[in-house]
Design a protein around this ligand. Structure first.
Ligand code: A2H
Length: 262
């Protein structure tokens, strides 16, 4: 990780239906009718059409943080602390002095929220996508929530394949990991589902093949960014390089995302 700040797009995935354990814990802690959002941080906003699920680390601790009377975000405490200094929770300049001053209403463990149904902005899956477990989510990066785009992220592709194969072991429904993977970006070298192409070509068999996945991630990122063309959405036919900031701006303007840096 370099010293230059990462400018993430923080996307708002609204909860439609809580998993049972989360529902029990949240009971009475949030006003009736309030909106709760899972907030993944992404560097690839132009791929959000292809979201098929959203990952949390099953052993990671998350907080539910109050943004306003009727709006709450699920992120790590570390991310909430950063957000507090980026004007996301507090309108004025009243910054928190320590973590106890963060507007947390309750804590949840990742495994509590697995199975929760959320609305993912731009996703072709309008009926919603599920919160699913990913062992490799780092608690020290972004918000600790990672939205899954298996068409363009080799990590996401390898993880959804593994989840579908071992659904019982993970305590999930197989079909939650098997939503259709739509083509989002056409590339000259890897076709229109770059991550699948690379994972298969490099014979990556597990989300634990960290070294190979890092290599695949690098190839996918460069090819998609410099040579990719959008196949879907308002900027269909445009190069990824020019579509990317436009998709980001549109998401921010519509209130479905905000800027988050670290
Ligand atoms: B990206 P950087 Cl389609 N733990 O979003 C593990 N991974 C995390 C994370 C965490 N706590 N927080 C964010 N990320 C992922 C989309 C995407 C991403 C695509 C292709 C590549 C890609 C959909 N997943 O990332 O270390 C998020 O996944 C590869 C660069 O800060 C985020 O963007 O550079 C990216 O890693 C941020 O990684």
């Amino acid at each position: 990780e370099g010293v230059a700040p990462q400018d993430y797009t923080a996307l708002k995935l609204k909860v439609k239906e809580w998993a049972p354990k989360a529902a029990e814990k949240i009971q009475g802690k949030i006003p009736e009718g309030a909106s709760v959002y899972f907030v993944p941080a992404t560097l690839r906003p132009e791929t959000m059409y292809g979201q098929t699920c959203c990952f949390v680390g099953p052993k990671i601790n998350y907080g539910v943080f109050k943004v306003s009377e009727m709006e709450y975000y699920v992120v790590t405490k570390r991310a909430a602390w950063n957000m507090a200094f980026q004007g996301i929770f507090f309108k004025s300049d009243s910054f928190p002095r320590d973590a106890s001053e963060l507007p947390a209403v309750l804590e949840l463990v990742g495994s509590d929220v697995v199975g929760t149904l959320v609305h993912a902005p731009l996703s072709i899956h309008k009926e919603g996508v599920r919160i699913l477990p990913m062992e490799s989510v780092l608690p020290t990066k972004g918000t600790g929530v990672v939205t899954s785009v298996p068409s363009d992220s080799p990590d996401d592709y390898a993880t959804v394949m593994d989840l579908a194969k071992k659904a019982e072991y993970y305590g999930i429904k197989k079909e939650w990991a098997e939503l259709e993977i739509p083509p989002i970006i056409q590339t000259p070298s890897y076709g229109n589902i770059t991550a699948k192409y690379l994972v298969e070509k490099m014979k990556i068999n597990s989300p634990k093949d960290a070294k190979q996945l890092a290599e695949a991630k690098d190839l996918a990122y460069k090819e998609g960014y410099y040579k990719g063309t959008m196949l879907i959405g308002d900027f269909k036919g445009e190069p990824v390089e020019s579509a990317k900031p436009k998709v980001r701006e549109a998401l921010i303007k519509s209130g479905e995302a905000f800027e988050y840096a670290e």
